[in-house]
Design a protein around this ligand. Sequence first.
Ligand SMILES: Nc1ncnc2c1ncn2[C@@H]1O[C@H](COP(=O)(O)OP(=O)(O)O)[C@@H](O)[C@H]1O
Ligand SMILES: [Mg+2]
Length: 159
Amino acid sequence: MKKIPEGLVEDQILKNLIDFNNELGTGTTRRVYGVKGSQDFVIKQSHRPFHYSNFVEWTVWHAVDKMAEDILGNEANLQLLELFARTAAISHSAEFLIMERLQPLKDPDRLQLGGFPDWLNDRKPSAFGLTGDGRVKVMDYAMVNFYQVLNPLNRSGRF
Ligand SMILES: Nc1ncnc2c1ncn2[C@@H]1O[C@H](COP(=O)(O)OP(=O)(O)O)[C@@H](O)[C@H]1O
Ligand SMILES: [Mg+2]
């Protein structure tokens, strides 16, 4: 199995890994492809002039990952880590993002989003998928309600 790049990498490195014969889906801002030599990841290619969605997912993933760490003076919060598909690398321009691959939901009509934060604005079943062991994770988390996240008066205390 191929080694998957991690962190901030040149656009061409991620572009070269795309299996263009294996398009998995398309959304309002991105096309999503399989990765050459790996079944476990996808690459999201932004088709908008400003690659906002990839940038937001990269930023959100790192916040979620960081809050799960046990850092002195901070309470580790592991609640969100298991609910978000991991991102491994983003390209310099943010046109390309590499993310953990999920499988389509078996029963999209019965999706329950109770455990997911309410600042996720895209709550369509197509934004969610299944891990290999059958857990539901969000895979399109680019639509964050920043008004809600940033206003301290909106804190529910849960997240
Ligand atoms: N991590 C993933 N694993 C498998 N399929 C994915 C993944 N991310 C996206 N897809 C597929 O690609 C489609 C478009 O991706 P999405 O993230 O929703 O892009 P957009 O931000 O443009 O809406 C999704 O509806 C889904 O079918
Ligand atoms: Mg989408």
